[in-house]
Design a protein around this ligand. Structure first.
Ligand SMILES: [Zn+2]
Length: 80
C-alpha cells in the first residue's frame, strides 16, 4: 500500500469516528444523558440566543447567556 493511500484511509476512518461520536452525542443529549466530553452548545439553553464568544472564553461551561444566567441565579437563590 502506498503511503498516500494509508493517509486517505486514516482520514476516512477519522471522519467515520467523528460522525459516530457526533451521532452518539446527539442520541445521548436526546435521552438527557450528556457524556462528560460533550461540547457545550454556543447557544443559550434558555432563550436560544448565541452566547457571546468573550463570555464563552471566560466561562467555557456557560450554558446560558448573561441575562438568563443572572435570572437563573436570582431564581435559584430565591428558591434556596
Ligand atoms: Zn439566554
Amino acid at each position: 500500500m502506498k503511503q498516500g493511500d494509508a493517509a486517505i484511509e486514516l482520514a476516512e476512518h477519522r471522519v467515520d469516528l467523528e460522525r459516530a461520536a457526533g451521532v452518539a452525542r446527539i442520541q445521548a443529549a436526546v435521552r438527557g444523558q450528556v457524556p462528560p466530553d460533550y461540547q457545550i452548545s454556543p447557544y443559550c439553553k434558555d432563550c436560544g440566543n448565541r452566547i457571546p464568544d468573550d463570555r464563552r472564553n471566560a466561562m467555557p461551561c456557560a450554558e446560558r447567556c448573561f441575562d438568563c444566567e443572572s435570572l437563573a441565579e436570582r431564581q435559584s437563590r430565591r428558591r434556596a
